[in-house]
Design a protein around this ligand. Structure first.
Ligand SMILES: *Cc1c(COP(=O)(O)O)cnc(C)c1O
Length: 435
């Protein structure tokens, strides 16, 4: 496969962009691969600058659940485009968008739009602190909540991929109020809460952890979080930036039947444009300025282009039928990948839910960061590169999810499974990760 144009662009990029990319995991460093530069995309296929075509399971890291260049979303963007792109003055579409989010997500009574998942999580934490008058927050190892200072502690993929423990540039004093505990460990959490529970403003969690690969909440874990938060007067924040509109129209909170106090949204909610949001109970949200005194603002927040893409996306997803299909497709793909691994004699543990999945190169169950970190990242790197050479693009890191979308057809899944079998045979030859 010829990749000379991507190679040249990468060299140029490295001169003017740190590491040549605008977000670290894209660089392919973790899997020994120079990034592809993408020229265009439609449906489940991306085309690089050299004209190679790949079946895509990254989907812009989650947002494109309906596939690339979805006509319904594109049309709505086009309609808004010739009326101007941003005013910084309220518009009709923001009201409609907020109404739609409130209608779809069970626990959200009021919502504020921002421009990214990072902003959503940062703002939700500030609000939780402002509302409770407490300082401490609890998060879980391997959960990622964007790159806000106080949340960059044991935060999954980006840092894991590059072996960076915390990060320079975040003073200790700032993370001194952040406690990070093992995912799925309720006894550990109870113990921590017995010590500092009355100082905890919020517990923030990915209801399905999807930034250390995919790790499902153990039976009773989310229920336990809800009880503990209520007991200690701390807010429960669900970071649904990935699970929102992915596990179903009502996200993980509807899927598992748990009601958080605040919810962070991102990715799918923008329909492929930069959008994030945080929302929740009215009495809490009314503390946000100008209704209340917790300050949070954004020049481009709620801008009509982003809102039109997001609203078109949410409307399409809310029409129904789509999630059952997605789950069937993902089941088919995951069973196929499991069979391919077994036939090739490679130990893979496949975690999956709805249209999310991750194959860990380890024979053992993956239930938290510690078990995820046991995966053989060298084996994944070989697998990734062999798949790209066969025209299938998974994420360039062991610790990321793959995303099945409405645009993946049966045929694409079959091609993927066959490619995986061939790639896994190479993995078997090159790595010691047999059954
Ligand atoms: C991607 C992600 C974020 C950060 O969103 P950005 O839009 O990249 O800032 C936050 N939380 C979770 C769970 C995410 O997956």
């Amino acid at each position: 496969m010829k990749r000379s144009v991507s190679k040249r662009l990468y060299e140029e990029a490295c001169k003017v962009i740190p590491g040549g990319v605008n977000s670290p995991v894209r660089s392919g460093k973790a899997v020994g691969f120079e990034p592809l530069f993408i020229k265009k995309a439609a449906g489940c296929r991306i085309t690089d600058e050299d004209g190679n075509v790949y079946i895509d399971y990254v989907g812009s890291w989650g947002p494109l659940i309906l596939g690339h260049s979805n006509p319904e979303v594109q049309e709505e963007i086009a309609k808004v485009l010739d009326r101007g792109t941003s005013y910084g003055i309220p518009t009709r579409i923001e009201v409609e968008m907020a109404g739609k989010v409130v209608e779809m997500v069970p626990s959200i009574e009021m919502v504020r739009m921002v421009n990214s998942g990072t902003e959503a999580a940062m703002s939700a934490i500030r609000l939780a602190r402002g509302y409770t008058g407490r300082k401490k927050i609890i998060k879980f190892n391997g959960c990622y909540h964007g790159h806000g200072d106080s949340l960059l502690v044991k935060s999954g993929s980006g840092l894991m991929t590059f072996g960076i423990p915390g990060t320079p540039g975040v003073p200790e004093e700032i993370v001194a109020h952040t406690i990070s505990l093992p995912y799925n460990d309720l006894p550990g959490l109870r113990q921590a809460m017995e010590e500092v529970g009355r100082e905890v403003a919020a517990i923030i969690v990915e209801p399905v952890a999807a930034n250390m690969g995919v790790v499902l909440p153990a039976q009773g874990f989310l229920e336990g979080l809800r009880c503990i938060c209520s007991e200690y007067g701390a807010l429960l924040i669900f970071d649904e930036v990935i699970t929102g509109f992915r596990l179903g129209p009502g996200g993980a909170q509807h899927y598992f039947g748990i009601t958080p106090d605040l919810t962070c949204l991102g990715k799918i909610i923008g329909g492929g444009l930069p959008v994030g949001a945080y929302g929740g109970r009215k009495d809490i949200m009314e503390h946000v300025a100008p209704a209340g005194n917790v300050y949070q603002a954004g020049t481009l927040s709620g801008n009509p282009l982003a809102m039109s893409a997001g609203l078109a996306m949410l409307k399409a997803l809310d029409r129904g039928g789509i999630y059952e299909q997605l789950e069937k497709k993902n089941d088919y793909l995951c069973s196929g990948l499991e069979q391919a691994a077994a036939s090739a004699g490679v130990a893979v543990t496949l975690n999956r839910i709805a249209s999310l999945g991750c194959g860990f190169f380890t024979p053992d169950p993956v239930t938290d960061l510690e078990s995820a970190a046991k995966a053989d990242t060298k084996a994944y790197a070989v697998f990734f590169r062999e798949m790209v050479d066969r025209g299938v693009y998974f994420a360039p890191s062991q610790f990321e999810a793959f995303f099945v979308g409405a645009a993946h057809e049966q045929e694409d899944l079959d091609v993927t499974i066959q490619a995986a079998y061939d790639a896994l045979k190479v993995v078997k030859q090159k790595c010691e990760c047999g059954l």
